[in-house]
Design a protein around this ligand. Structure first.
Ligand code: SF4
Length: 597
């Protein structure tokens, strides 16, 4: 790694047009060149971009892929997603730490290597996985760990490591509408143009298409609200930042149907009158950057991006790629927009919503990868065709990322309404004791619920489908989820910042056999408090796995307590006293008093 020539800070900033809104992209390049971001570099960046030092430092410290302290020249980050842990990632991590005589997060004395952890890498169908200087490596085994250690000692850049080591596999096990319907480039745009913008908005509404990122909001309503917002400038953002542990279906859609997704973005642009689009790509998917850039170029050469698209006078639209830097909260649409503008990914106060005040405060739609692919097909084949698949309230299909204790992990696309049991059967799950649908923020289902259906009216899902076999320790899984939320909370609001940490601490005590009934009760109370008072969806859903597990796997909790009569290990109400003092609150809601019941 060198910081001369084109890698000088002024050159990096110049490549990004000196545009401070590209700060996250600039910092990614700095990390790639220097391995960390020292204070002197923050100063250089502040001067080159004309931004306050505190702003640059704040952004650099927010994203987990950036380091403001020295790291090894080879920065290894093991995924600590639960399915990777189930597949042995902890043992492999210890093996590598032992090989380099390191502790976790320690830098070797020669500065060569550091080993840490990261949240899910989006490779749960081929885990365990890790990142080396941001490059993902999957299908880890003791032999592959040995090979990685040798390559690190040899010092060759990870980009030059054997292809077999860096290969990302594809496991689309079942396709339906999105994976199987052919679409010639430009056909959906032509159909939308023939119909007209207003009629296209109506067609998307009539299709019943709902957002596939989790919230399930009507895509047609979102597009209409944006189209109706005042002002000439509008934006289309494709949210490809799937950070929910256990979710990797957007990765597969972008591998196999990226053209369909871009077609959907272009249809959206035509319908709402946008001139610029962004794909916000998950930072863990660097292998998709070159193919996407190539696709943009191909579509420009075919007049499917750029000026006067398909000869439609005045229809100008192009797309820019923005790569994330390891912040789960950026999956929330307003946090994603903050990140697009070069800031920390802190969710905005809503309203106003992005459809009226989004990117650069202009009307913006943010749609999931899967939603945009579906929108392209709606434009081409019509609402009735789309509605002919699925259920009354959930039209079309759902793509699921199936991982965990199954014989055939991978991506499965089903018409909405498919039963959990059928997915388990197709994926080869034997004796499942639980399924976490929709990732840690979703629903934990016990066997008596396996007849339930994947649909907005029953079990909604952003895509993750994590299977736990009969021998798994469910408390370890919930412990993993609470640690994930505590790590990913952005820190903006107190209920989530404090609540996720408290939940993680209480779960750790219970898993270690040191918990109490008070911990069990407080887990429920803290989760309810977070749901009621948190600023964004991360906090409102962070308690879901705890609440589900307490109601469906209660005997497992009680069996882990040293005694059902044991006293609490500390007084939670007393622990919150400094927070009450800092916020000048002493009302009943600010206390955690023991329920007299
Ligand atoms: Fe940040 Fe959590 Fe509050 Fe959302 S709920 S703003 S992630 S602290």
């Amino acid at each position: 790694m060198t910081d001369a020539g084109e890698n000088r800070i002024d050159q990096i900033v110049a490549r990004h047009r000196g545009d401070g809104s590209r700060l996250v992209q600039i910092l990614r390049e700095v990390m790639a060149v220097r391995g960390w971001i020292p204070p002197s570099t923050l100063t250089e960046l502040a001067q080159a971009l004309g931004l306050p030092y505190a702003h640059i430092a704040g952004v650099a410290s927010f994203y987990s892929f950036f380091a403001t302290e020295p790291r090894g020249r080879f920065r290894v980050l093991f995924s600590d997603n639960i399915t990777d842990e189930m597949a042995g990632s902890r043992e492999l991590r210890v093996r590598m730490l032992d090989a380099f005589h390191l502790q976790l997060n320690e830098v070797s004395h020669d500065g060569l290597v550091s080993v840490g952890t990261t949240s899910c890498t989006g490779l749960c169908d081929q885990g365990p996985a890790l990142l080396v200087n941001g490059v993902p490596i999957a299908r880890l085994t003791p032999a592959r760990i040995g090979a990685i250690c040798s390559l690190i000692r040899g010092g060759s850049p990870v980009e030059l490591w054997p292809e077999n080591l860096r290969r990302i596999d594809s496991h689309v096990r079942r396709g339906d509408m999105l994976f199987e319907t052919p679409l010639a480039p430009g056909d959906a745009i032509a159909a939308a143009a023939a119909r007209g913008a207003a009629a296209t908005l109506e067609e998307v509404s009539a299709s019943g298409l709902r957002g596939r990122g989790g919230a399930g909001f009507s895509t047609g309503s979102k597009w209409k609200a944006c189209a109706a917002a005042p002002g000439p400038e509008r934006y289309v953002v494709c949210n490809a930042d799937e950070g929910e542990p256990g979710t990797f279906k957007d990765r597969e859609l972008l591998v196999h149907r990226a053209d369909l997704v871009i077609e959907g973005m272009t249809v959206a642009a035509l319908a709402i009158g946008a001139c610029q689009g962004f794909i916000y790509l998950r930072g863990e998917y660097p292998f998709l950057i070159a193919p996407l850039e190539q696709l943009f170029a191909e579509r420009r050469s075919k007049n499917l991006l750029g000026r006067d698209i398909r000869g439609i006078r005045g229809f100008d639209f192009d797309i820019e790629l923005h790569v994330g830097a390891g912040a789960y909260v950026c999956g929330e649409e307003s946090a994603l927009i903050e990140s697009l503008e070069g800031r920390r990914g802190i969710p905005r106060n809503r309203p106003p919503y992005p459809v009226t005040h989004g990117y650069k405060n202009k009307p913006t739609i943010v749609n999931n990868v899967e939603s945009l692919a579906a929108a392209a097909l709606v434009a081409r084949h019509g609402a009735a065709w789309f509605r002919s698949v699925g259920t009354a309230k959930s039209s079309g299909t759902k793509v699921l990322s199936v991982s965990g204790d199954v014989a055939r992990p991978g991506t499965y696309e089903y018409p909405f309404g498919v039963s959990v049991q059928q997915v388990l059967g197709d994926a080869g799950a034997a004796e499942a004791q639980a399924v976490q649908v929709g990732g840690p923020s979703g629903m934990l289902l016990a066997p008596h619920e396996f007849g339930r259906r994947i649909a907005f009216e029953d079990v909604p899902s952003a895509g993750a489908f994590m299977v736990f076999g009969a021998s798994r320790d469910m408390l370890a899984a919930i412990d993993n989820f609470t640690r994930f939320f505590a790590h990913e909370a952005c820190g903006f609001c107190t209920p989530c910042r404090v609540g996720t940490t408290l939940n993680a601490q209480m779960m750790a005590r219970i898993v270690a056999g040191k918990g109490s009934r008070r911990d069990m009760k407080d887990l429920g109370r803290v989760s309810a408090l977070m749901k009621a008072t948190s600023h964004c969806g991360l906090g409102t859903t962070a308690g879901n796995p705890v609440v589900d597990a307490l109601s469906k796997f209660r005997p497992a909790f009680e069996a882990r307590l040293p005694s059902l009569a044991v006293l609490p290990t500390f007084d939670l109400d007393e622990a919150l006293a400094p927070a009450r003092e800092a916020t000048a609150r002493d009302d009943a809601e600010a206390h955690f008093l023991e329920d007299p019941q």
